[in-house]
Design a protein around this ligand. Structure first.
Ligand SMILES: Cc1cc2nc3c(=O)[nH]c(=O)nc-3n(C[C@H](O)[C@H](O)[C@H](O)COP(=O)(O)OP(=O)(O)OC[C@H]3O[C@@H](n4cnc5c(N)ncnc54)[C@H](O)[C@@H]3O)c2cc1C
Length: 522
């Protein structure tokens, strides 16, 4: 008996799912609808981290082979800022032109027997759902399949829009690996995420803050034009600003327009005989390079569960949703600090010297011990720079809090008593103003308003990211001395080393002047 599947959208998620389902699901007949023509592909390249592709490669080697035969591979991330270049080795990554990947996935789907209907907007979901046993919405961020489900009953779809503006180009300049190029124009700070995707082309994504974007007049493009036309005024502005970094090469447009990244989270991914996958249900900021990977992993998981459930569609879809929601949530949580970094990079660019700025970026989600495992030279140069400036290692350097000077920068805080100690002395209670960070970034403004005008603050509560953001506001904008409290439950046993490393990272990256541990305090 045949099992008829309609897939909406021939992005990486839809194509990969259709292929594996057609190949592995007994009796499957798969029809894939794609509104674009076969040769249309928006965007330039996609990056993948070497470490994360096992699940996809096991299902089908198409991506591994594509990266090997057509992609570019590197081990180093570079930051170029203020005339200096700082590298972070040991980060194996590969990138490929999105168009090449899609072509290979299309060929693969055809070989597996998928019926590919290009130039075909999918019929209404109700119609598909009546005529097929399963409908898979792999139709990207503006998914009509998701909208259809939501119309019937809420599916808990949340969208958070970043304030930073980004635009996507290519360039014939070949970056050596993943390169972050920072420049200040008379209007404000700009940054490029550049990486090679073939022998002749690199991806060139530019970010800036909304104020800079408007001051530079980059908001003049008529966004009501249909997809296709690119913002050539912005292209000219950025070609000039980054001319020396790309050796006068041109920027290549492809539907290049400014946008604001939208992080999407969805509570319900499946209903009846309809399942959503990829960008239709979740996105994570592109700086962590996981969107395509997540869409392809969803595809593997959905196809696997269908095979495993042996005809029990409801069980297959429920398990798929359970398994993938957990995994995607982990990636989205990890993407949070990275997205936040890009929301604030202009401030870091202005306030931090080039090496500290680079380390601040590299340590968005890993501490200095883990940086040292991958790149001992980078960790040593950051520690040496501190030593040269202060004469002692970061955590052994005294800091002035109110009228007292501590013996070092790893302190302990007792939330119940409100007392702070440097291990040798109890510090007077007026040494710091104690502030609680909010749980949610949206509530930061109120916490910022409560910062004192001078002295030292101790920031506890909230979340890891909000504590850091409040501390940076205190240090970088107000010139206050700031102590961040980190979770003391993690100082037990062999986690002690991890806490020292976390504290050292916060101090070396200038996220905080000192760190305190304290049970229940963070
Ligand atoms: C600036 C930027 C940089 C990125 N960089 C990376 C990166 O380096 N690495 C990475 O892994 N990811 C990256 N991503 C994310 C990645 O592009 C997406 O996560 C990925 O393409 C999602 O795949 P998908 O198959 O779910 O959807 P998509 O690739 O969006 O495909 C959806 C398809 O559905 C089609 N469609 C929509 N509606 C209909 C309809 N009604 N009928 C028929 N067809 C329809 C669309 O035409 C489209 O072809 C980046 C994203 C952005 C914005």
């Amino acid at each position: 008996m045949s099992f008829r599947i309609a897939v909406v959208g021939a992005g990486p998620g839809g194509l990969f799912f259709a292929t594996i389902a057609a190949r592995n699901l007994p009796g499957a007949e798969v029809v894939l609808f794609e509104r674009n023509r076969r040769s249309d592909a928006f965007g330039f390249g996609v990056v993948f981290s070497d470490a994360t592709l096992r699940r996809i490669d096991q299902a089908d080697p198409v991506l591994r082979d594509a990266l090997r035969d057509h992609g570019r591979h590197w081990e180093r991330i570079d930051v170029m800022v203020g005339g200096e270049q700082h590298g972070f080795s040991g980060n194996g990554m590969a990138a490929i032109h999105r168009r090449t990947l899609l072509e290979l996935l299309q060929d693969n789907a055809e070989r597996a027997g998928v019926e590919l209907r290009f130039g075909a907007v999918a019929p209404p979901v109700g119609e598909l759902s009546a005529n097929f046993d399963l409908v898979v919405g792999a139709d990207g961020t503006n998914s009509t399949v998701r909208a259809h489900l939501e119309e019937a009953e809420p599916i808990g779809h949340q969208v958070t829009t970043a304030t930073a503006k980004f635009i996507w180009f290519g360039t014939t300049h070949l970056f050596e690996g993943l390169s972050f190029v920072h420049r200040e124009s008379e209007h404000g700070a700009f940054a490029v995420h550049g990486y090679p995707i073939s022998d002749g082309l690199s991806t060139f994504i530019v970010e800036t803050d909304p104020g800079t974007w408007r001051r530079a007049g980059l908001d003049r493009f008529d966004v009501d034009q249909p997809p296709g036309a690119s913002d050539t005024d912005s292209q000219a502005y950025l070609e000039k600003l980054f001319a020396t970094d790309i050796e006068g090469a041109e920027l290549v447009t492809n539907n290049s327009r400014w946008g604001s990244f939208k992080t999407r989270r969805t509570r319900t991914w499946v209903r009846g005989n309809v399942a959503l996958l990829g960008d239709a249900v979740h996105t994570a900021h592109f700086s962590v390079g996981s969107g395509t990977k997540m869409a392809m992993e969803d595809a593997v998981s959905l196809a696997d569960e269908l095979v495993r459930a042996d005809g029990d569609l409801e069980a297959a879809l429920d398990t798929y949703q359970d398994v993938r929601k957990r995994s995607v949530a982990r990636i989205q949580d990890a993407a949070g600090p990275s997205l936040s970094w890009w929301e604030n990079f202009g401030r870091y660019q202005r306030e931090l010297d080039p090496l500290t700025f680079s380390f601040h970026f590299f340590s968005r989600s890993i501490d200095i011990d883990r940086v040292a495992e991958r790149d001992p030279g980078l960790a040593a140069s950051v520690r040496d720079a501190w030593l040269a400036e202060h004469g002692t290692a970061a955590l052994d350097t005294p800091v002035r809090l109110g009228e007292v000077t501590t013996t070092g920068r790893l302190l302990s805080f007792d939330a119940t008593l409100g007392s702070l100690s440097d291990g040798e002395h109890e510090l007077p209670s007026d040494a710091v103003t104690v502030l609680e960070a909010p749980l949610d970034e949206a509530d930061l403004d109120a916490a910022v308003a409560a910062l004192p005008s001078s002295g030292a603050v101790l920031i506890h509560g909230g979340g890891e990211l909000t504590r850091v953001l409040l501390s940076e506001e205190a240090r970088l904008r107000r010139g206050l001395t700031s102590v961040i409290v980190i979770d003391a439950t993690r100082v037990e046993g062999d986690r002690r080393a991890g806490v020292r490393s976390e504290a050292e990272t916060l101090v070396l990256s200038r996220r905080a002047d000192a760190v305190a541990t304290g049970a229940g305090a963070a």
